[in-house]
Design a protein around this ligand. Structure first.
Ligand code: 5GP
Length: 113
């Protein structure tokens, strides 16, 4: 099992601005925000990327999405937010522990960069 920055945040070895936690996931503010609201939702289970998941993770993945919506709402951005998952280096993934970006508070363009 590879330790990443995010495992260290789960284990409280490095600090983070945590906004939500339950037995399955943790959500904290991104250190380099790309929008007024930029939160990362991560599973506590060590999963490198979404393409590594199987039906075994179906409930967990549903939980992460549900919580992402609830967190956006709780932060005051329930009407408009964007969820992003970068899968693999060429898609922009830099931390190899699955995470959902919640971005809100500005206008987003499409297609994304
Ligand atoms: P990725 O590029 O893998 O999709 O997203 C990784 C995200 O993690 C980036 O948005 C980056 O700013 C954020 N990040 C990297 N290191 C840390 C850290 O130590 N603390 C927090 N809170 N966010 C981090």
């Amino acid at each position: 099992m590879t330790e990443t920055l995010f495992t260290k945040i789960i284990d409280r070895e490095i600090p983070a601005d945590i906004v939500y936690e339950d037995e399955l996931c943790l959500a904290f503010k991104d250190i380099n925000p790309q929008a007024p609201l930029h939160i990362l939702v991560i599973p506590k289970k060590n999963i490198v990327k979404i393409s590594d998941t199987t039906e075994l993770e179906q409930d967990l993945l549903g939980h992460l999405l549900l919580k992402a919506g609830e967190i956006a709402n709780a932060q005051g951005y329930g009407e408009a937010f964007r969820l992003v998952i970068n899968n693999g280096e060429n898609a922009g993934q830099t931390v190899f522990h699955l995470h959902i970006h919640i971005l809100a508070g500005r206008t987003f363009s499409w297609p994304p960069g």
